[in-house]
Design a protein around this ligand. Structure first.
Ligand code: HEM
Length: 520
């Protein structure tokens, strides 16, 4: 704490309590408004007061972020409590390992995400999108039917990722329920119940052997912990079954998976073919992290786009008109669109990917902040940062042990970068040249100058897959249905990712009522 004096001149919201700081309010899963206010109102470096006077920092300054994600990548790593929890529940995946081990795993996984594999997945995404349309059609029998679309979108993304990621089907979209899918859905809320205890896990793991910890999860009278253990076990067993079947089939030749769900073109089959020496434990860790990383983020994004289109009928009508122009609106012509055909439709690309998705990802990133810890003292260079005393600060001493949140939300909404209308959702901003301040800021980014997929060694590995599946789903939805807003007020909450729900909800289950009309 004495070392943290270097952070005294950094602005940030005051705390009414030394005991709790503002951590509880800041991390509250039920209302995002306080967090969003904090992340955008105190400049590019700000402090967040934690319990008992500890200070965390949130950074959206592009110069500091470039250093954190570049030359100081090994100094600012994921906190041990974060990686250890994922490791304990899911096994060793990308986010439960650090440093060199992470780079090695990433090198192993990267080839599976190559565009040529993604291309093979397009027919599957289109197929699941058609199933989504068919299921929704059954629900939307009358003009103007109000329904909770988020549950369908979450089944849609889980099924899309199941087939293309794992080579596994969770079943029909209107009757989704395997032990696997139920366990995955229960993970987020179950983790929220254990959230505060996660901080002690690295310490507990250092003291007690792994076998003892497993035994403890069985005997301790702690329902939340037992529930998590149950989730972990059932997902592990289901994954192992999928994996062993694939390994068995592969013994009969590389083409032997072609009659399976993913036709051998799914990520796990690709990985198995690339390197069959990877252990089951490692592969299961990857499978689960990919599924978790992919589903809630992607379905939350599609939900957000649908909600925005419902609230902006003029944008929706224009989009539909343009889509009908290129596809003629029939399901057959849509079904025929493969990866090349989509890419050859520059207009479609421009409309959906380059305006709607870019702007929605910029304004509403499903992950708003990402945690890092300074594993040793470091001095970060700063670009444009003003201290609490009104003077410019050009570097920041970050003491070892300080939690540093990468503030993706603040960076995407920075008015000095994006202009005075940064808080407005304007898809059309992407049709004209962006203000020169965007290029001048040198934002560390892998997509469209936004921080939504992050950058650096831990940038989202599946971002191209996410963009492809979102584009295909949105095309189908907009062509077949009209969306209007429900009278219920939607409040966006944080359950790991930002999820919609109606005002007053006390559970973290996403709910997005919209009024739908079938168009064909
Ligand atoms: C709109 C959808 C998505 C968004 C906004 C998103 C965003 C992100 C972000 C911000 C990170 C960095 C997290 C951190 O370092 O704290 C990340 C990492 C990751 N994402 Fe995504 N993601 C999306 C979809 C996907 C998909 C479809 C997949 C897989 C098929 C995926 C797999 C992963 C994995 C495995 C990581 C960990 C990478 C590593 O640690 O090396 N994500 N994602």
């Amino acid at each position: 704490k004495i070392k943290q004096r270097s952070l005294q001149n950094v602005p940030g919201p005051a705390s009414p309590s030394f005991i709790t700081g503002i951590a509880t309010e800041f991390h509250s899963p039920f209302d995002m408004r306080f967090r969003e206010h904090v992340l955008t109102s105190y400049g590019r470096v700000l402090t967040i007061l934690m319990p008992l006077g500890d200070v965390a920092v949130a950074i959206s300054d592009p110069v500091a972020l470039a250093a954190m994600l570049g030359r100081y990548r090994d100094v600012f790593e994921l906190p041990a409590w974060f990686s250890d929890t994922l490791n304990a529940v899911w096994g060793p995946g990308l986010m439960s390992v650090q440093g060199k081990e992470h780079s090695q795993q990433r090198r192993l996984l990267n080839p599976a995400f190559a565009v040529r594999h993604l291309r093979d997945m397009v027919p599957t995404f289109s197929g699941v999108s058609r199933e989504l349309v068919a299921v929704l059609r059954k629900e939307v029998r009358e003009a103007r039917t109000e329904l909770d679309i988020s549950q369908f979108l979450s089944r849609f993304t889980l099924e899309s990722i199941g087939r293309t990621g794992l080579g596994y089907t969770f079943g029909a979209l209107d009757n989704h329920g395997t032990d696997y899918s139920r366990a995955l859905k229960e993970f987020g809320p179950a983790m929220m119940k254990l959230h505060h205890w996660r901080l002690y896990l690295p310490w507990v793991r250092r003291i007690f052997p792994r076998s003892w910890l497993r035994w403890a999860t069985e005997v301790l009278p702690w329902p939340a912990l037992r529930h998590m253990r149950g989730i972990s076990d059932s997902v592990y067993m289901a994954s192992l079954e999928v994996l062993q079947r694939k390994r068995e089939l592969l013994k009969h030749g590389r083409d032997s998976l072609s009659n399976e769900v993913g036709e051998g073109k799914d990520l796990v089959s690709i990985l198995l073919r690339l390197d069959t020496s990877v252990s089951d434990e490692n592969l299961i860790g990857h499978m689960l992290l990919l599924t978790l990383g992919a589903t809630d983020t992607t379905s939350s994004m599609i939900s957000r786009v649908i909600e925005l289109l419902a609230r902006h009928p003029e944008v929706q009508a224009k989009l539909r008109e343009e889509l009908e122009g290129v596809t003629s609106g029939s399901s057959r012509s849509l079904a025929d669109l493969d990866y090349e055909a989509y890419a050859a439709l520059p207009h479609l690309e421009a409309v959906i990917r380059e305006t709607l998705i870019r702007e929605t990802l910029r304004m509403y990133p499903p992950l708003q902040i990402s945690p890092r810890v300074a594993y040793m003292d470091a001095v970060l260079p700063l670009g444009q940062v003003t201290g609490a005393d009104g003077r410019t600060i050009d570097k920041l001493f970050v003491p070892e042990g300080t939690i540093v949140w990468i503030n993706m939300f603040g960076l995407n909404r920075d008015k000095d970068i994006w202009g005075p209308d940064a808080d407005e959702w304007k898809p059309e901003r992407w049709l004209k040249p962006l203000p020169p301040s965007v290029a001048d800021a040198h934002i560390p980014s892998i997509y469209a100058n936004t921080a939504s997929f992050l950058a650096g060694p831990r940038a989202c590995i599946g971002y191209n897959m996410a963009l492809t599946v979102m584009r295909i789903a949105i095309t189908h939805l907009v062509l077949f249905f009209n969306f209007a807003p429900s009278e219920k007020e939607i409040v966006w909450m944080n359950g790991g990712v930002v999820s919609p729900t109606v005002k007053g909800a006390t559970s973290l289950k996403p709910e997005l009522p919209v009024v739908m009309t079938a168009l064909y």
